[in-house]
Design a binder for this molecule. Structure first.
Ligand SMILES: Cc1cc2nc3c(=O)[nH]c(=O)nc-3n(C[C@H](O)[C@H](O)[C@H](O)COP(=O)(O)O)c2cc1C
Length: 256
């Protein structure tokens, strides 16, 4: 079945879908829009733009007709302040994060833009196996501290305690992918979503290094075939409050 079908009874031939199709897969035939080729990236712009609701995306189940929000309705100054107010949280309360919150965080991640709409990432939610995973990573890093590893210089004088990676947080989401870009973008969406619900987030780059370098740890994660860990979001209820926003470097901007 074609990934895009257009109901000729509803189509008014306005051509909006044809104009907005990035892959040039649509055309107007006898006054009606038609899907012309077998393959497209299924970005859904035709579905989103059609004023008549004539477009169906056959590869997706339960497609809902949800009205988009006009992003300009957000107060941009408030949004910028929220983004600047985000901090890496390394102190967490002993409190669970609900399934609904985890699902909402992942829902935000899966809606980030991806090149050719590949959606080439997956999410591993670690809760039950968190202690054993952290134990293994701690063991590996303690050994690595003494040996010449890619991270030994940086962690040389650090205390690798039993919560070195996950800081006592109740949940960790490992975002993995075939490449890095999409998984990074998804992670950024997820981080902001978590923070908007009052949660705190830490990216554990150290854990990503451990998972990449240690076969036992990567095996424990049971990632999708061909995927590598890209980010690890450590998520929980913050036990810390920041009173001001620390400064950052001036943006290096070049106008040509
Ligand atoms: C990709 C990435 C990996 C990171 N890995 C770690 C980590 O393993 N441990 C840690 O304590 N902080 C980690 N951080 C947090 C950074 O140290 C932090 O973002 C930076 O110091 C700026 O502080 P802020 O996030 O509060 O603005 C990581 C951040 C990023 C973006």
């Amino acid at each position: 079945m074609k990934p895009i079908t257009i109901n000729p009874g509803l189509c008014i031939g306005c051509g909006k879908c044809v104009e907005d199709c990035v892959s040039e897969k649509l055309g107007i035939v006898n006054g009606k829009a038609q899907f012309m080729y077998e393959r497209c990236i299924q970005c859904g712009h035709c579905f989103a733009i059609c004023p008549m609701g004539a477009v169906s995306m056959t590869a997706y189940e339960n497609v809902e007709d949800i009205k988009p929000l006009n992003m300009s309705e957000f107060d941009s100054d408030k949004l910028l302040l929220a983004m600047k107010s985000r901090r890496s949280v390394r102190q967490f309360r002993n409190k669970e994060v609900s399934d609904e919150m985890i699902e909402k965080i992942i829902e935000a991640g899966r809606y980030c833009p991806t090149g050719t709409n590949a959606q080439d990432f997956s999410f591993t939610v670690v809760r039950d196996t968190l202690p054993e995973l952290e134990k293994e990573a701690v063991k590996f890093f303690r050994l690595g501290q003494k040996a010449a590893t890619p991270f030994s210089g940086y962690i040389k004088n650090m205390t690798i305690d039993e919560h070195f990676f996950f800081k006592g947080a109740p949940v960790v989401i490992v975002v993995s992918g075939k490449g890095d870009t999409s998984a990074c973008l998804a992670s950024s969406y997820m981080e902001l979503m978590a923070e908007s619900m009052g949660l705190g987030v830490l990216y554990s780059g150290f854990f990503v290094a451990a998972a990449k370098l240690n076969r036992k740890i990567s095996a424990m994660l049971e990632l999708e075939k061909g995927h590598s860990p890209v980010t690890t979001l450590v998520i929980g209820w913050p036990d810390v409050e920041y009173k001001r926003i620390p400064p950052r470097n001036k943006a290096k901007v070049n106008y040509k």
